[in-house]
Design a protein around this ligand. Structure first.
Ligand SMILES: N=c1c2ncn([C@@H]3O[C@H](COP(=O)(O)OP(=O)(O)OP(=O)(O)O)[C@@H](O)[C@H]3O)c2ncn1[C@@H]1O[C@H](COP(=O)(O)O)[C@@H](O)[C@H]1O
Length: 107
């Protein structure tokens, strides 16, 4: 079975932990620490929102890809895997966001 591109990227990112920061952007991010990685996720999220609001589809694809890359680095830094995210998504399958919020806020 073909490996998913996100799985491949996740494996590449994990392999960069402890690599040489002078030759790897990912290793440089890990070396800068969780705060810097989280900041980059925030910046890329804002750039994604701006691209969406300017209705520039090519820019949106680029910024969303940057966002997903940096989010995967942050998840790796926090020892959260794509499988953890998949499990959470599966758990939510079939549960309407409206029903979930109503159950949370009924008191
Ligand atoms: N998918 C990506 C990817 N997407 C975005 N980026 C980098 O993320 C950075 C985001 O752009 P910015 O303008 O915010 O970067 P910057 O200004 O240099 O960053 P700061 O100075 O703010 O820290 C750019 O340097 C992009 O090249 C990525 N860098 C790496 N990958 C993947 O990770 C693999 C490993 O990369 P290295 O770790 O560099 O070997 C690559 O082969 C790719 O598959």
């Amino acid at each position: 079975m073909a490996e998913d591109t996100l799985d491949t990227l996740e494996a590449t990112i994990r392999a960069r932990r402890g690599a040489d920061p002078t030759t790897s952007y990912t290793a440089k991010l890990f070396a800068k620490g969780r705060g810097k990685i989280a900041q980059k996720v925030g910046e890329e999220a804002v750039e994604t929102v701006i691209a969406a609001l300017t209705e520039d589809k090519a820019a949106l694809v680029g910024e969303a890809t940057d966002l997903m890359f940096h989010l995967l680095v942050l998840l790796a830094e926090c020892d959260v895997s794509l499988d953890d995210i998949r499990a959470e998504i599966r758990q939510r399958e079939g549960v309407s966001g409206i029903d979930e919020k109503a159950a949370r806020t009924k008191d």
